[in-house]
Design a protein. Structure first.
Length: 416
């Protein structure tokens, strides 16, 4: 297959050099010295621009030499992260807060170890995406949600002021929707550019390490795009702007295609993914296939993310307790997504469906080699969609043994 890109080594090197110099990611390289100290080797222009630390100044300096430009607390935190990467011998990803020259910034950083022939880590390569603005947007969004919740509580406590409280809540939702729409437009344009150039970069002859860096950039960009979609969906749901459909579709095919769509993600981390569809379920049904698919994909994606080297199973069938409906064509569908992942502590099972709430990833998920990402909107949107379809959702879980999400939704057999 012809890519249209040059194949000689000098041309490929020029392409990679251009990516290094012009990437929006801040890149830094650190040597791990025999005495356990760290010495900076190089940084790219984006790192210099974002941190205010010139490459000429930082080259050859130790981590301790960054004081007082970097606070003592931050130096110790960075040292711990470097040590974690060396101890694990594999890439780690984390969000960090750094105060550089008195200015507080946030970063999404991926740290990758480079080893010698004796499997000793001799160098660390880091790529950091500035996310200070994203953090600010998250805080603004949290504030908007909290204000909306306060307005609803006021309405419940003081019924005589319900009309005024309702107007304030609607106004808050309107301004939030307008704000999110503007943010989405501003972020999607550079995201599309990043993903386009990464696609071109993947077509070049990359080393394994370079492909890892490119994959990290692509994954970070796609995570940002998913975050945008989740935030906008949640805003629409809270504003009551999601319209449900009622059309014919193939239920068996929808379940199978949804599982196959996420199979590559499961394969990447050796997660076994299976599904079954009960024979008692009709194949031709009526309902909202797009929203049903979104619910299943959200639950599947969540299960796969927290189940490395494990098993995820999807079961679609009729619930055993279902009572006969007056309308013989109407029936209940039960979807169960069971995993053998890290599990959810009992204290958090009642909060995971709330906006911006996530399970504690500090120990279990880190042990599995994963870091929690996003702002915890996927399950919130899933709950909203299930309730819009007049259904229910619940979770059963034990820490260290996995979790089972159970959804029950009414559908109608398509007899025409």
């Amino acid at each position: 297959m012809t890519t249209g890109l040059p194949s000689d080594m000098s041309a490929r090197s020029a392409i990679l050099e251009s990516v290094y110099l012009n990437a929006d990611l801040a890149v830094f390289v650190v040597d791990v010295l025999p005495d356990g100290s760290y010495q900076f080797v190089d940084t790219n222009p984006r790192h210099e621009e974002a941190t205010g630390l010139s490459a000429d100044w930082i080259r050859g300096r130790s981590l301790d030499d960054l004081r007082p430009r970097l606070s003592d607390v931050d130096v110790q935190r960075v040292r711990r992260q470097y040590g974690e990467c060396i101890d694990s011998g594999r890439p780690i990803e984390y969000e960090e807060e750094l105060t550089i020259n008195g200015q507080t910034t946030w970063w999404l950083t991926r740290l990758s170890p480079i080893m010698d022939t004796d499997d000793r880590v001799t160098r660390l390569v880091g790529t950091s995406l500035p996310i200070t603005r994203r953090r600010e947007l998250e805080q603004q969004l949290r504030s908007a949600v909290e204000e909306a919740d306060a307005a609803r509580q006021d309405a419940e406590q003081a019924r005589e002021r319900a009309e005024a409280a309702q107007q304030r809540a609607e106004a808050a939702n309107e301004s939030k929707s307008a704000f999110l729409a503007g943010v989405s437009h501003e972020i999607r344009t550079p995201l599309s550019s990043i993903l386009g150039f990464i696609e071109l970069l993947h077509k070049t002859a990359l080393t394994g390490e370079q492909r890892t860096f490119a994959d990290t950039i692509e994954r970070s960009a796609r995570q940002l795009r998913v975050l945008l979609d989740n935030v906008l969906d949640l805003s629409k749901a809270e504003a009551g702007r999601i319209e449900m459909q009622n059309k014919a579709f193939d239920l068996h095919a929808l379940v199978g295609n949804s599982v196959r769509q996420l199979a590559p993600d499961a394969d990447k981390q050796d997660t076994r993914l299976t599904y079954t569809v009960g024979s008692a379920l009709p194949q031709a049904v009526r309902g909202d296939p797009d929203r049903l698919r979104q619910v299943l994909l959200n639950l599947l994606s969540n299960a796969i993310k927290f189940t490395p080297d494990g098993r995820v199973e999807v079961r679609a069938h009729r619930p055993p307790h279902a009572q006969p409906e007056r309308d013989s064509s109407r029936f209940w569908l039960r979807l169960e997504v069971e995993d053998t992942g890290t599990g959810i502590p009992p204290s958090e099972q009642s909060t995971i469906f709330r906006a911006f709430a996530q399970g504690d990833a500090s120990e279990e998920i880190l042990d599995a080699g994963h870091l929690s990402s996003g702002v915890g909107l996927g399950l919130t949107i899933t709950r909203e969609l299930v309730e819009l379809m007049d259904g229910t959702i619940e979770v059963e879980s034990k820490v260290g043994e996995g979790a089972t999400f159970r959804v029950e939704i009414p559908l109608q057999a398509d007899e025409g």
